[in-house]
Design a protein around this ligand. Structure first.
Ligand SMILES: [Mn+2]
Length: 426
């Protein structure tokens, strides 16, 4: 199934007149305040988030998995799904592949499909948290941190192979997330595990092409419930520094203990020029991987406030690689991704509305009340009319979720692919 620009403009014509009063009101109000609405609209249109290839099928928990009809059964179909998402939103113009779940058999054909949808290849993801059927060594007791040199070498070689696949597709970065750790006290020598991890990462880093970046992700627990070797941003930051200038920390919203001040982590890393990537999701208790903005939208806004400040004030930090990293256990994965993209753009737009000069002045005057008023004033602004306007100007459906349902996309995918397909890797 493919959505054409005619489909989109036909849909927009239908819904635009009912939204015009809200859009006009918003634009007039912000313009009266001296805000350059055009610049904000251009920034919203430019913002592109990578979709991981594993997000297009139903996820699961350790208790079970409930398939969703019409899931993409191949890499080609996964790209088609992201193509639909991008046609509707114009903000999902990149894919993040997982190896070995998505090894392309015909690189050129895959490139052509991606190009036909306007999709580029963002960070590649390796997998040393599962044993593959043909693997010699097992990752049961670790991969890059393993005491067994042959296992470490196998994990390093796998990462090098992922980079080679990515090179052929036009990717420029590798994300490493490790499940390595210990489930019980005494199981692991912390120092040896860290030393082995550092040496393995350096070997991967040194084998990457000169224009590639390495993103080191961290996670406090799961699947190792006592200790994780790269458990926090500090450990990731230290390892990135040990590797070199093209190695960075990757922050995943969900990979923190409850109530961690993630916005401060973002600020610290950007100040040091070491925030390479950012994974979006949301969580209530732990690493729940639920829809972005569904639980703590204010925290998401405060994080975006630091991201916007960093993008404007920290030339030492690269433009971060954005990706949605959520798991859709019961929702239609495409609808969930549309909701996530919506929440990301809302928080980003609210952060763009923060009057940075006024905030700095209030901070310098120690006017704490004013500081809070400025931030909350931006957060409490319903910015959706600006996003409608950006979508209309950028060629997206003004309301992508409504368009998705009006176009009967899931019904069509089920007709094309059947009820029982299963996305690879899930
Ligand atoms: Mn992640």
């Amino acid at each position: 199934m493919k959505i054409t620009t005619d489909d989109i403009s036909g849909f927009n014509k239908k819904v635009k007149s009912s939204l015009e009063p809200e859009i006009d009101f918003m634009v007039n109000r912000l313009t009266a305040k001296g805000i350059a609405v055009d610049k904000i609209i251009a920034k919203i249109i430019d913002f592109q988030v990578a979709i991981p290839s594993w997000a297009l099928g139903a996820g699961g928990t350790r208790f079970g998995r409930f398939s969703y009809g019409g899931e993409p059964a191949s890499l080609e179909q996964k790209l088609d799904d992201i193509g639909l998402l991008h046609a509707l939103t114009q903000s999902a113009g990149a894919v993040s592949l997982h190896i070995p779940w998505d090894i392309p058999t015909d690189v050129q054909a895959i490139q052509e499909i991606a190009a036909s949808h306007g999709i580029v290849f963002d960070a590649m993801n390796s997998n040393t948290f599962q044993d593959q059927p043909d693997a010699k060594g097992s990752y049961r007791f670790g991969s890059l941190n393993s005491l067994d040199k042959a296992v470490r070498q196998q994990a390093v070689e796998h990462n090098k192979e992922v980079v080679r696949i990515g090179e052929r597709l036009g990717s420029k970065s590798l994300t490493v997330w490790l499940a390595d750790g210990a489930n019980f006290p005494g199981q692991l020598n912390f120092q040896k595990a860290l030393q082995n991890t550092e040496e393995s990462l350096k070997e991967i880093y040194n084998a990457m092409p000169q224009d590639w970046k390495l993103f080191i992700e961290y996670k406090p627990y799961e699947p190792n419930f006592y200790s994780t070797t790269i458990q926090d941003w500090g450990t990731s930051f230290m390892l990135a520094n040990a590797c070199g200038s093209r190695a960075f920390t990757l922050v995943d919203l969900g990979h923190h203990l409850p109530n961690t001040n993630i916005e401060q982590i973002v600020a610290t890393l950007m100040y040091k020029g070491k925030l390479g990537g950012f994974h979006f999701n949301d969580s209530k208790y732990g690493d729940d991987d639920v829809t972005v903005g569904s639980i703590k939208p204010y925290a998401l806004f405060l994080i975006f406030n630091e991201l916007v400040y960093g993008m404007q004030n920290n030339p030492q930090n690269p433009y971060p690689a954005w990706m949605i990293d959520a798991s859709h256990n019961i929702k239609d994965p495409l609808e969930d991704l549309i909701q996530s993209l919506d929440a990301i753009l809302i928080a980003y737009t609210q952060a763009l509305l923060v009057d940075q000069d006024a905030l700095r002045q209030a901070q310098e005057a120690n006017d704490v009340v004013k500081c809070q008023e400025i931030l909350q004033g931006a957060y409490r602004t319903d910015v959706r009319p600006l996003i409608y306007l950006a979508r209309a100007k950028g060629g997206a459906a003004i309301n992508p979720l409504q368009a998705y349902r009006d176009f009967k996309i899931r019904e069509t995918l089920i007709k094309e692919r059947g009820m029982k397909t299963k996305a690879t890797g899930l």
